[in-house]
Design a protein around this ligand. Sequence first.
Ligand SMILES: [Zn+2]
Ligand SMILES: [Zn+2]
Ligand SMILES: [Zn+2]
Ligand SMILES: [Zn+2]
Length: 448
Amino acid sequence: MDSDTLEAFQSELTCSICMNCFLDPITIDCGHSFCRPCLSLCWEEGQSPRNCPECRGIEERPHFQTNIVLKSLASLARQARADHDHSSEEQICVTHQEAKGLFCEADQTLLCGPCSERPEHAAHSHSPIHKAAEESREKFLKRMSSLWKMREEMQLILNQEAKKTRSFKKYVTLRKVMIKFEYQRRHPLLQEEKKPHLEALKKEAKEICLQLKESVFRMTQYIERLREMYRELTEMCHKPDTELLQAMGNVLEMTYLAQMQTPQPVNPELTCWPVAGILDTLNNFRVDNVLTQTTIHHLSLDDASVMSGDDPQGMSRQLDGGESFVAWGAQAFTSGRHYWELDVTHFSNWILGVSKDILTSDTIIRINYEEAFLLFSEKVNDQYSLFTNSPPLVQFVKRPLGKIGVFLDYDNGALSFYDVSRGSLIHSFLPSSISSPLKPFLCLRSPR
Ligand SMILES: [Zn+2]
Ligand SMILES: [Zn+2]
Ligand SMILES: [Zn+2]
Ligand SMILES: [Zn+2]
């Protein structure tokens, strides 16, 4: 190929973002093509809608297949370039005065023909430089795709961590109110007792906020590092064959190391401070055998077993597989104060509290969340979480292990949950107006 034709041929195979020969080219809807890494980095800046860097056409598709024809042509163009630049790039073997045209994968070195026949290389496979370099580019691209995926996953974790920080702060504010309410209700004279409790909460919350802040920072740094590595690998792929081959080992090792140091999210959990004498007080209102109606549900994976009447918060709980034990009171409370305890010792997933209506069929237990006070426990990926309905609020307290105390103060429209073994408060629904009769409710999921 004469040099004019070569030039024309090469310019057709040049990415307009990096001005290099296409690397893993993709063709977007407007017909323009770019290196996949170039476009990923370009769009990653969060531009929305995503535009073609060349014609500004809007791109809707999230994923693209490699343009395989362009990819082979680009490889040929790189080869042509290498052949053309031969003399400048080529390394000469000092011993044999021959061009080093082969690459030894085992030793990660360039060899001339006679060198490759020496006994120490007898068991190795040696390939021509360009072929070896193209194979390395493929390896890099694989690595890059996994780095990019990690970056995306880490971004999601980071978003959750930031969200967690916001909800934790809100939670602490509400918890202060709950604690004050708890002491107030027991006795107005106990105001002094609540002080150390509130102080401890304040101190602990401050520490956790700091941990969360550090965690967000670590994750942000890590994402930046992954992105930087991705960019370095992209540049590496565009390097001439010999340079690429000699740097390959170190670069891959560096990315492996980075992938092993993934930052872990913080699990904020406040200490449950016991409220002195609370259980004695509550036991004055004790009622036994509140759950008189029971049923066992056998649910398949696709059945939602506990649903809200309407589900504005997306709070429907998809209870997957296994058996559910569901119990509720035939009698509803319409006044007074009532306290009962429920044992959840052997269960990770459960729902308990009070509700106005409980409708059951073979596959569905329907509860209207608007007229229910519920506490949920869920285990996802070995992580327990506790939360309540309306408002759907995560409980940043230690998971109760034994019995849960439920105290309904109907006349004041308040309901509280207690960790019986610790004698501590889990959550209070603060006074509101209740007008409907409320039935005790419990749903236990069998351990799987
Ligand atoms: Zn490019
Ligand atoms: Zn375009
Ligand atoms: Zn040699
Ligand atoms: Zn060798």
